[in-house]
Design a protein around this ligand. Structure first.
Ligand code: GDP
Length: 417
């Protein structure tokens, strides 16, 4: 593979954050945008007020936090590699079930946020089933660990019992409720204690003695679960050999992408605890666009074509959200599956049977918009200037064979209360 065929995509994660209303989706998303904010160096912020100020300003300007897709950058702790994390907005309310399904179509992985004092609530269950239908790999974030009644075990048990999924807790909280102090990473056997309210001063240390037995027990259960999905790990397990951190991460990643296991993390978005570790887990366990099945299209004769994520391939893009912007007018949010969409060119809207001109292209960041000349396979952004494109429409190259991407129309919306 040359770079042209998209090796940059290894460092892309297109994710959604899904939750029951009130579980903390907005707070978690805001914190993620804060920590990934390009012009906000968290090292320069000295008190909690700065975070809040910035969020308030954003709210007043009312733009990007609610953008259909926000592009953020994250450098994984201790690695130095920069990742592009596109956060696709998934509506949380049950009334928007069809909208949720539409957004599921364009993401490669999701973070399911749960309120740890409530466990798995009905709407979370609905969203989880939708993610199942669309084959979306997930990690779970047990939020509100600081709240009265918070229980990490409750979330883990509910994932097993109410969702019928296999939870793989990769963290353990140090203290719960008002005593919630930090998080232990079971995979790496490291502990993180938060020493300020911003979550920027994190003291990394050995697992405290009082948690040693619990962590050892959870780690062997994790290895056992990971061995079930990874042959190499299974052989080591049977030989009684201890896997390295890398081997364990690789196996959990494989299990997550195959939707056989679901890593469970914990934290408190409100108290800024666990959000950076959550971003690390997004990078570690959720798939890049190269690791998900290629989207399929059908031509008028019913012949099927696959569109692997390749920027030099034929253009195949899906419009997934139309928004009216007070400054620039109609914004069409698109995901590019294959090929490259360039500003000033013509595309063919295969759903409407119309040729359309692509105006300017934008990438939405947490605190600014960036005008770009092209959007490549795997990327998401907004197009200005498309007059006819509607949600769910397929955009292809002007001269290409007329194909329609897999439909995102939902035959029978699952509305369950
Ligand atoms: P959404 O409806 O899922 O988007 O939830 P929000 O992010 O708006 O949060 C709902 C409520 O829960 C708000 O009052 C938040 O301040 C609160 N909340 C969010 N995260 C936490 C948390 O980690 N701990 C506590 N105690 N409250 C939280």
């Amino acid at each position: 593979m040359t770079t042209q065929t998209g090796t940059y995509l290894r460092y892309f994660r297109n994710i959604g954050i899904a939750a029951h209303i009130d579980a903390g989706k907005t707070t978690t998303t805001e914190r993620i945008l804060y920590y990934t904010g390009r012009t906000h160096n968290i090292g320069e912020v000295h008190d909690g007020a700065a975070t809040m100020d910035w969020m308030e300003q954003e709210r007043e300007r009312g733009i990007t936090i609610t953008a259909a897709a926000t592009t953020a950058k994250w450098t994984r702790s201790g690695e130095g590699q920069e990742y592009v994390v596109n956060i696709i907005d998934t509506p949380g309310h049950v009334d928007f079930t069809i909208e949720v399904e539409r957004s599921m179509r364009v993401l490669d992985g999701a973070v399911a946020v749960f309120d740890s004092s409530q466990g798995v609530e009905p709407q979370s269950e609905t969203v989880w089933r939708q993610a199942d239908r669309y084959g979306v790999p997930r990690i779970a974030f047990s939020n509100k660990m600081d709240k009265t009644g918070a229980s990490f075990e409750l979330v883990i048990n509910d994932i097993r019992e109410r969702l019928g999924a296999i939870p793989a807790p990769i963290q353990y909280p140090m203290g719960q409720e008002s005593d919630f102090k930090g998080i232990i990473d079971i995979v790496r056997q490291r502990a993180y204690t938060y020493t300020n309210d911003l979550g920027t001063d994190i003291d990394e240390h050995d697992v405290p003695a009082e948690y040693a037995d619990k962590v050892a027990e959870m780690r062997s259960q994790l290895i056992e679960a990971a061995a079930e999905v990874d042959e190499e790990l299974m052989l080591m397990y049977l030989e009684g050999e201890e896997p390295t951190v890398e081997q364990l991460v690789t196996a959990i990643r494989k299990g997550t992408i195959e939707k056989k296991i679901f890593p469970v993390l914990c934290g408190s978005a409100l108290k800024n605890k666990g959000v950076q570790l959550l971003l690390d887990a997004v990078v570690d366990y959720l798939p890049s666009p190269l690791e998900v099945p290629a989207i399929k299209g059908r031509d008028e004769d019913g012949n099927e074509t696959e569109f692997p994520a390749d920027p030099s391939g034929k253009l195949a893009a899906l419009a997934f959200k139309i928004m009216a912007d007070p400054y620039v007018g109609r914004l069409t949010f698109v995901r590019i599956y294959s090929g490259t969409l360039s500003s000033g060119t013509y595309v063919y809207n295969a759903s409407k049977g119309k040729r359309e001109r692509v105006g300017r292209l934008l990438k939405m960041h947490a605190n600014h918009r960036e005008e770009v000349s092209e959007l490549k396979a795997g990327e998401l952004g907004a197009v200005i200037g498309l007059k006819d494109a509607g949600t769910g429409n397929t955009l292809i190259g002007d001269d290409d064979d007329r194909v329609l991407l897999e439909s995102i129309d939902v035959p029978e919306p699952v509305i369950k209360l």
